[in-house]
Design a protein around this ligand. Sequence first.
Ligand SMILES: Nc1ncnc2c1ncn2[C@@H]1O[C@H](COP(=O)(O)OP(=O)(O)OP(=O)(O)O)[C@@H](O)[C@H]1O
Ligand SMILES: O=C(O)C1=C[C@@H](O)[C@@H](O)[C@H](O)C1
Ligand SMILES: [Mg+2]
Length: 174
Amino acid sequence: MSPRAVIVGPPGSGKSTVGPLLAAALGVVFRDSDDDIVARTGRSISDIFAEDGEPAFRALEEEAVATALAEHDGVLSLGGGAPLTPGTRARLAGHTVVFLNVGLAAGVQRTGLSSARPLLAGVNPRATFKKLLDERVPVYREVATVEVATDDRTPAEIVAGLAAQLAVPAEAKE
Ligand SMILES: Nc1ncnc2c1ncn2[C@@H]1O[C@H](COP(=O)(O)OP(=O)(O)OP(=O)(O)O)[C@@H](O)[C@H]1O
Ligand SMILES: O=C(O)C1=C[C@@H](O)[C@@H](O)[C@H](O)C1
Ligand SMILES: [Mg+2]
């Protein structure tokens, strides 16, 4: 069993927005590794970061992603930092991995309204987001098989393009 698509990308790229829409378009179930961690621990991501620290969160995340990759056959969105973990990068090999890319301006704008992202909660979210993109874009590209620029596209437009790319050809269903 293998996910139809795994979605990666920075905070605000739309993983949690596009993921469920893509799953609906493909007629499969949606799953999100952040939601799995919250369900399993009964705690918010912010609380885990604040009380246990990022390394403890990354360990929980690696385990949650490994489990979901092994047992989920729909669309799976990963937490924004999940591909930073080497074991997760190794497990993503061979999967269909969609990198939702977002530029600095749109990323800051989309994440600015929420205080639920512990890594962006500092005094200068723009500088923090720039550093995050500089460090992570190469990592997302390393694991991705498809890259989509999201800045000037609505979630519906992104899903329409992806659903066409990921649709199973009729002859493969027979
Ligand atoms: N293509 C888009 N165009 C405009 N707004 C978008 C687009 N995609 C997502 N958004 C908006 O950006 C915000 C962040 O989106 P979302 O929560 O899906 O990001 P995420 O990638 O899951 O972030 P995180 O890594 O923090 O979980 C939401 O308010 C969402 O409505
Ligand atoms: O970009 C990140 O490192 C994170 C993104 C979120 O999805 C959460 O997994 C958490 O807030 C960390
Ligand atoms: Mg999300």
